[in-house]
Every structure is written in C-alpha cells, then in structure tokens.
Write a protein that binds this ligand. Structure first.
Ligand code: 6PG
Length: 245
C-alpha cells in the first residue's frame, strides 16, 4: 500500500513546532496503546531544537517511561561537542523530562573508528528490536529534516550511503565536510510506520519545491523517503513560499 503523504503549511514557525509536538504525542499515545511502547528516532541539526524544547515545556506528563529514543544520525564527534546532535537533544529535552536513562539509545560517535561506531549502533538496534539477520526495525516514528542540498538524516547527494540496502547504520563519508557521519540507511527510514519532515525558513524554500514537486535525476535523498504508512511534511510559510498551491 503506497504511503499516505500529507503536506501541512503553517504560518509562523511556532505553529510548525506546535503541530510537530502534537504529532509526536499522537503517534506516541497510539503506539503505547497498541504495543505498550513508543520507539522514536530523533533528527539533529538546528530546526528540531524548538520542537524538543516545546515537548520538554508542555509534555512533562507524557509517557516517557514507555518511550525509547534513538538518533537517526550523528556527527562523528564526542557527546559533549558543540556539533553533537546528542548534546543538542540532551540540552533541549533529555535533561528536562523524566525519561529513564536506559530508554535513551545514543550513537557512540566518540569512537575514533566511524565504521566501528556504526556497527556498534547497529548492534544496539538489533538487540533492542530482537531482529533476525535479514530483518529491519520498525520505528513508530522517525523525525527528519531537509538540508538545503536535499540531504536527509546524513544521506547526502552523491554519497556512497545512498546505495546501502542491507546494513541498518553506516559511517557515510561526506566529502564537503571531509568527515564521516553516522546515519540510518534508507531501508531503516522507509520501514518506519510514521515519518515526519519539519522544514523551516526561507533558506529551505528552493529545495522544498524541488523535493515536493520536482522530478530530479537522480532524485534527491529526501525524495527517496517512502515509509510504510504515513509521511508528513510540516513546513512553515517561509519554507513553503515557492510551492505551487
Ligand atoms: C544533522 C541532521 C540533518 C538535518 C538537516 C537540516 O545531523 O544535521 O540530522 O539531516 O536534519 O541538515 O538541518 P537544519 O535543521 O540545521 O537546517
């Protein structure tokens, strides 16, 4: 069954984060009601910080004890590094809500060998989801951002990671940063029940129309996202400024 794609445009940025927080809570409550737990992979970068802060502010009584947090990608840096996605999430959310430390699955990006860090995180996923060798995890919700170059998670245009079809997590070499990024692969992203892009600001408007309305060869990484059920694009007015309707 093809995934249901919805595009929601909200005037001021704050509404975007409010809508994203409501979607997080809705998906969480549904997963906990059906399966007794909520598995969610968070995104990094700058855009989601406001969402995480809003969740911390408004959702202290959310079922954090039944919520299991993972990271869709990470920079190859230690957890206290200014570039660390884990650090950003810890400061804006984890340090403020009653989530058990055992429910937080961090990428050990401080490991000098990026491939070893990716393999370590793959093992964490395989153990948590009790996967058979050929199986992929089914996350209840995966949060994603959109890069101005059309990347998502740390799957960048032209990078080798775009071709990966069997591993869950890879160390993807990103030439423009001359560095590896640790990232979920497309099979993991597309195996999710629900997936939500949040896109904010005029600087993303050019790529937003290319990804949502364009036929690009090769397709941008963000265009290769088709989860099992539900794909939500939540944009603010500035990011959606060039969309045709
Ligand atoms: C990261 C992200 C990445 C991010 C986009 C958008 O680690 O950088 O996970 O995929 O979502 O780069 O980033 P901004 O929100 O900072 O524009």
């Amino acid at each position: 069954m093809p995934c249901i794609r919805i595009i929601e445009v909200l005037p001021p940025p704050n509404d975007l984060f409010r809508a994203a927080a409501e979607e997080f809570v809705r998906a969480g409550r549904a997963a906990i009601a059906e399966r007794g737990r909520f598995t969610v992979a968070l995104s990094g970068g700058s855009t989601p910080r406001s969402l995480y802060s809003l969740l911390a502010q408004d959702q202290a009584d959310f079922s954090w004890s039944q919520t299991f947090l993972f990271f869709g990608d990470e920079r190859h840096v230690p957890p206290d590094h200014p570039e660390s996605n884990y650090r950003m999430v810890k400061e804006s959310l984890l340090s403020k809500v009653p989530i058990p430390a055992a429910n937080i699955y961090r990428i050990h990006a401080e490991m000098p060998d990026a491939d070893a860090a990716a393999a370590d995180y793959e093992q964490q996923l395989r153990k948590f989801f009790e996967l058979r060798p050929d199986e992929f995890p089914v996350f209840d919700l995966i949060l994603l951002g959109l890069g101005s170059d059309g990347h998502t998670a740390s799957l960048f245009p032209g990078s080798d990671g775009l071709k990966e079809q069997s591993r869950l997590v890879i160390a993807n070499w990103v030439d423009k940063f001359k560095a590896h990024r640790l990232t979920f692969t497309f099979p993991v992203l597309n195996n999710a029940k629900d997936l939500m892009f949040r896109v904010s600001g005029e600087r993303k408007s050019k790529m937003a129309i290319l990804v949502l309305e364009g036929k690009n060869t090769p397709p941008f990484p963000a265009q290769q996202i088709e989860p099992k059920n539900h794909l939500a694009w939540v944009l603010d007015k500035a990011a959606a400024a060039r969309l045709s309707n």
